[in-house]
Design a protein around this ligand. Structure first.
Ligand code: ATP
Length: 259
């Protein structure tokens, strides 16, 4: 047994997790979700979602596979081409990558909108505050004065000048019903989800099968690098990206077990 395996199950601060631990990213992710639940920004069910994601990440080798890297570059190109991109934030996303989502929004000039499965005014306010603590300024989704058609009342709530009128929406760790309803509205969806078989990546124009803690900084890096690129260059990147092949590559990696 190495010293690393004695990392306490509960750490007060993520700094206590040794960066060279072989399961560092998993421990960090777990810690952030636990801290999110304690702060009232993540619902307890978010832990189940995280557990599912963690299993898929383990099988992917806890790394960004080449097809995910291509999807991340295509996502950056699509966001730069968008008229009104919106990044959707739920309790897990807020707990895991608050500052990273703020950075991505700045890099591609997108809105940030809080959009929750288990919506309560307290959680909405706590998430908005958490995003502001990480540099977010204008946070949408608080009044939520519009509805996504064909979804039950609470889960359908969005801002009329946010997700409702967006052309491109980044929906990380999204439940399948809402991803399908957004697709039916004609939105271009960029989905980040570690399960390639889940309905959300299946309906996405750009499915990113990667851990959100790796995916979001990667998309931002590509966006910064592509800033100022011509529309034709951005379109060429999109045309080169094959969503079906990317989903198949991720599934193959998970099923083959060749870690
Ligand atoms: P669906 O409703 O789409 O059929 P589901 O019920 O499994 O799927 P949810 O539990 O609503 O979906 O959403 C959680 C999804 O997020 C899961 O597919 C899980 O793999 C994924 N996920 C969890 N943690 C992460 C993470 N850190 N990075 C990327 N994806 C993650």
């Amino acid at each position: 047994m190495t010293d690393h395996e004695t990392v306490p199950a509960e750490v007060e601060d993520e700094e206590e997790i040794p960066e060279d631990h072989p399961r560092y990213q998993d421990l960090l992710t777990r810690h952030r979700i636990e801290a999110g639940v304690e702060k009232g920004i993540t619902h307890l069910q978010g832990m189940h979602a995280e557990g599912r994601g963690s299993a898929f990440d383990y099988l992917l080798g806890e790394e960004t596979i080449p097809s995910a890297e291509a999807a991340e570059r295509a996502a950056a190109a699509r966001l730069l081409l968008a008229d009104h991109p919106v990044l959707s934030i739920n309790g897990n996303v807020a707990a895991l990558v608050p500052g990273e989502m703020v950075d991505l929004a700045a890099a591609v000039d997108a809105d940030l909108e809080v959009n929750l499965f288990n919506r309560t005014p307290e959680r909405i306010d706590a998430i908005a505050e958490h995003l502001r603590d990480h540099g977010g300024t204008e946070i949408k989704g608080i009044d939520a004065d519009a509805r996504i058609p064909n979804l039950d009342h609470k889960r359908a709530k969005v801002d009329s000048d946010g997700i409702f009128e967006a052309d491109v929406v980044v929906v990380p760790l999204e439940d399948g019903d809402r991803a399908e309803a957004l697709e039916a509205m004609g939105k271009t969806e960029i989905v980040i989800d570690l399960n390639p078989l889940s309905r959300s990546p299946q309906v996405a124009e750009i499915p990113i099968v990667d851990n959100i803690i790796r995916a979001v900084p990667n998309v931002t890096e590509h966006a910064r690098e592509l800033e100022g690129a011509s529309d034709s260059k951005l379109r060429a990147i999109l045309e080169e990206f094959d969503r079906d092949a990317a989903l198949e590559a991720a599934e193959e990696r998970i099923r083959s077990g060749s870690l």
